[in-house]
Ligand binder design. Structure first.
Ligand code: MG
Length: 247
């Protein structure tokens, strides 16, 4: 049995942090991922909204597949990165500048420009300021990065503007196509992971990582601790570990 294991990063492998730069992987997580990468019959991809350079710095290990920018860019080990979308940088840069100006007098909002998108975090903001500032941000997004070429993705205390048409589902399909016959297993916690759950509908094991049930296209749900326990079993036993959780 060949297993292609796809893992989201933030909220799945590490807890959501106040700001993204604090979500650093602990040494035991890096050890676990290295063991998974070294397993026969198993490929491991981290599928994230983060930039490629960011993922490489967080997860320095040969043999790891990466899908960055919500699937805008994929990289197989030893191969050059492959861009799956184009982005109108000028529009995204204008939105970034005006969003920075919007929150210049505010505190707790974080403007995070990425290679293929703009993330706007409000986790640390005064709750009373969130609604008016998000309304103003939505107006800026409508002006500079409107649909249907762009889409606005709600996340966990973050909204993100990205080019339409590329997502974690398309990235997963690209990676799977390069390893025919592999059984896909996908673990993720966020709304952007739902694209991958739908893309894998009927052909693999999809697991929502969440403490409480919620509407999802995933087949199963695990807590983050449960998800890490499954990864440890996969690292110990290889793909055979899955036969127990597929019943
Ligand atoms: Mg996540």
């Amino acid at each position: 049995m060949r297993v292609f294991l796809f893992l989201d990063y933030d909220g799945t492998l590490v807890p959501i942090a106040g700001t993204p730069d604090r979500a650093v992987p602990p040494p035991e997580l890096l050890r676990l991922l290295r063991r998974l990468v070294g397993r026969d019959g198993l490929r491991l991809a981290v599928v994230s909204g983060r930039d490629l350079e960011d993922l490489r710095a967080l997860l320095p290990m040969p043999g790891l597949y990466l899908a960055a920018g919500h699937g805008a860019l994929i990289q197989a080990p030893g191969a050059p990165p492959r861009v799956l979308t184009r982005v109108d940088r000028a529009r995204l840069d204008r939105l970034t500048r005006e969003t920075r100006a919007l929150v210049a007098g505010e505190s707790g909002f974080l403007v995070e420009p990425k290679a293929f998108s703009l993330a706007f975090h409000y986790r640390l903001a005064d709750p009373a300021r969130v609604e008016p500032v998000l309304a103003a941000f939505t107006a800026l997004r409508e002006e500079h990065c409107p649909p249907p070429d762009w889409e606005l993705i709600p996340g966990r205390k973050v909204v993100e503007v990205r080019p339409a048409g590329v997502n974690k589902g398309t990235a997963v399909q690209h990676l799977l196509a390069a390893w025919p016959g592999a059984y896909p297993v996908y673990l993720g916690d966020d709304v952007t992971d739902e694209d991958a759950f739908r893309a894998l509908s009927g052909r693999g094991l999809t697991i929502l990582v969440a403490d409480a049930p919620r509407p999802t296209a995933a087949r199963q749900r695990l807590t983050r601790a449960g998800a890490l326990a499954l990864l440890h079993r996969l690292a110990d036993e290889g793909p055979a570990a899955l036969t127990k959780c597929m019943v």
